[in-house]
Ligand binder design. Sequence first.
Ligand code: FE
Length: 207
Amino acid sequence: MADPKPLPFDPKSLKGISEKAMMIHHDKLYAGYVKKSDEIRQKLKEKVAAVQSGQEIEGNATYSELRALKSEETFAQNGVYLHEWYFDILGGDGASEKAPELTKAITDKWGSIEVAMKYFSACAMAARGWSVLSWDIKGGRLKHYNSDSHNQGGVWGCVPIITIDCYEHAYFLDYGSDKKAYIEDFWKNLNWQVAEQLYLKARKWVL
Ligand code: FE
């Protein structure tokens, strides 16, 4: 069984986002995705075992147990991964100069880091689930995508670099309905050094 990864920062250290909200987010919600992802994996192993023993398994696309498992498998697994991408880049001081290569690539594409952050912030306001700056390994370039649910809107072949959780659970406890303030604080808590390392690793990969 997979274990939830610990938070890579002190949850008391964030600006604006409380320890309570972060611990619920990590210990209940994220850990819940890890658990359910594991449960689904076990059920799918049983399906594979059935095929290995010569049984036919039903794959009906209107409804079947296999359909439900395959559908929720991506929801749960993306719930795990997207939260890990998000937690990994929090706990910083928001100093973008600590990511010289990434900020250069962002500036080359969007004109300036200020313009890009304004654009990404507006995109995050427009997202119901996730807002992600990623490295597109097919195109060999930065791409930004929104998604409204863990298993909707993502593009296969893109590696997340800066991932913003835009679900209400990420901000409602501390900010009420003021999502804009949460997104402003997200940038203040961004660990650009980690984002730079992710970018440097990801950009080596062009297929
Ligand atoms: Fe979340």
